[in-house]
Design a protein around this ligand. Structure first.
Ligand SMILES: *Cc1c(COP(=O)(O)O)cnc(C)c1O
Ligand SMILES: [Zn+2]
Length: 482
């Protein structure tokens, strides 16, 4: 893997020993282990990604879900209130007292009959997991609370990320609220939505905009972090994924610990899908669940690396030995053809997903499938989520659009319980929403038609009325009748 390896050691002031957890290479053939207080983003020996692993003989695993219900009853304690640290027993990589929280994870699992009908399942079967309710407005806060905590644990002074927007918003928020570390943010040019950019700037992060896209920003930030000893919080960081496991714990909590049939999630860098797979695999190992749900990862058609590799090229985890030649060949072709990711769903506009191998493993554990959806399908689904729920940003709606396709294909049955993860808040990207609903043909062309979106079937247009009482009353009486 390019840019893999160790970051320069940050000086440890005190020796830290936290024996229940360690970092482990995900390649079963290698399996190298590293202490939990080391800072690295890849295995020294073979370059693979790292996992956080636990030694359950040194720390007692939770025996039943009741542990977490008891914590909620003690929610006056910020670590019990946090939707991440309430589940600390399932991610015990550092002492809970030192974990950083800004109140993340107060999310909602909402049953939406309207979206259920759109997707094609029975009305009470479609659940929307609203991760946009997090402090910075996206699921990234789950992972950031964990990575930021680890950064503090090892004494980092600065933390950095490359971002399509939400990771930077989240890092900037944790930095501004806690004042523990300075945030350094790398973004591509012209690719970030205003909602997200405004957060990074407003929270006072050092924001570096480079010419290029997310993948360019990602390789630069890794170089810079290594050079300057800055702590990297991208989802290549295995601690981040530990925090993101808790999204699944909260889904289970909301279902009174019943396992759903399907988890449907948009796929960008594949951190979420990787984390979800690990969450369920571990719960199954610990005996807290007896069945693992199936996973569907949804790419945007304009950024469909995972879809192409898995569904078109048959790449599989294959017991930790995925077909590296085939993967490399795919990327070489992509570069040779000058193909760059392009989708209205900017949060998943990614060419080379950093967690590809972990996601292949998650697909194996969860009997997963991958689908791609067009920007048209994404925006139509997004309008349905808005009209029948609480709204979401474009990338999030890929989950709903993907679920609809899987029902049509007969892969998801109408009476199966489906959870779509809505990864980010509606207000993250108002440009896409307004362009869809607007009258203004020029604006529609500029923002949407240029991406192959031809019509806005579910547009809710503003009604133009003269400033006249009788006219207004007439419109309301006519339009109000449904
Ligand atoms: C980051 C992000 C994604 C992609 O998640 P991955 O874990 O990188 O696959 C999807 N939706 C939103 C809103 C995001 O911010
Ligand atoms: Zn290794």
């Amino acid at each position: 893997m390019k840019n893999a390896g160790r970051m320069p050691a940050l000086r440890k002031d005190t020796p830290i020993l936290y024996p229940s957890a360690f970092q482990r290479c995900i390649s079963p053939a290698c399996g190298a282990a590293y202490d939990v207080d080391e800072i690295r983003v890849a295995c020294d020996r073979c370059g693979s990604l790292l996992d956080i692993a636990y030694d359950w003989s040194k720390v007692a695993p939770p025996r039943s879900w009741k542990v977490f219900e008891d914590k909620w009853s003690r929610r006056g304690d910020p670590h019990c209130f946090s939707g991440v640290w309430r589940f600390h027993d399932l991610l015990p990589f550092m002492p809970v007292e030192q974990c950083v929280t800004v109140g993340e994870g107060q999310t909602l699992l909402h049953v939406s009959p309207a979206v259920g009908r759109y997707v094609g399942v029975k009305p009470d079967r479609l659940h929307l997991q609203y991760e946009g309710m997090n402090p910075s407005g996206s699921f990234k806060d789950n992972g950031m609370s964990a990575a930021f905590s680890h950064a503090r644990f090892v004494g980092a002074k600065k933390a950095a990320c490359a971002s399509t927007g939400n990771t930077s918003a989240s890092l900037a928020l944790y930095s501004s609220v806690t004042q523990i570390m300075q945030a350094v943010i790398f973004i591509g040019s012209g690719k970030i939505s205003y909602g997200k950019l405004s957060q990074a700037l407003d929270y006072g992060a050092l924001t570096i905009q480079i010419q290029g896209d997310f993948d360019d920003a990602m390789s630069r930030v890794q170089e810079v972090s290594r050079e300057l000893g800055i702590y990297l919080v991208n989802s290549i960081n295995p601690f981040r994924l530990e925090g993101q496991k808790t999204i699944m714990y909260r889904v289970l909590e909301a279902l009174q610990w019943q396992v759903p049939d399907w988890i449907v999630v948009p796929g960008g860098n594949l951190g979420n899908s990787s984390a979800f797979g690990k969450a369920f695999y571990e719960l199954h190992q610990l005996g807290l669940i007896t069945r693992i749900p199936r996973l569907a990862v949804i790419n945007a058609g304009g950024a469909r690396t995972l879809y192409d590799l898995v569904e078109k090229n048959g790449v599989r985890w294959n017991d930790g030995q995925p077909d590296l030649d085939r993967i490399e060949h795919y990327f070489q072709e992509m570069d040779a053809a000058g193909r760059r990711a392009s989708t209205i769903a900017s949060a998943i506009e990614i060419n080379r997903p950093v967690n590809l191998h972990k996601c292949l493993r998650a697909l194996e554990w969860c009997r997963g499938v991958v689908r791609q959806v067009s920007d048209q399908e994404i925006l139509d689904a997004k309008a349905q989520v808005g009209a029948g729920g609480m709204g979401c940003e474009p990338a999030s709606a890929a989950s709903v659009a993907g679920a609809k396709i899987l029902v049509k294909e007969g892969v998801i049955a109408p009476d199966e319980r489906v959870v779509c993860i809505l990864t980010g808040h509606e207000l993250k990207d108002p440009t896409a929403t307004v362009a869809y609903h607007t009258h203004d043909a020029k604006y529609f062309d500029e923002v949407l038609r240029s991406r192959g979106v031809e019509h806005a079937k579910f547009a809710n247009r503003a009604v133009q009325v003269k400033n006249d009482l009788a006219e207004i009353v007439k419109v309301i009486e006519e339009r109000g009748r449904r």
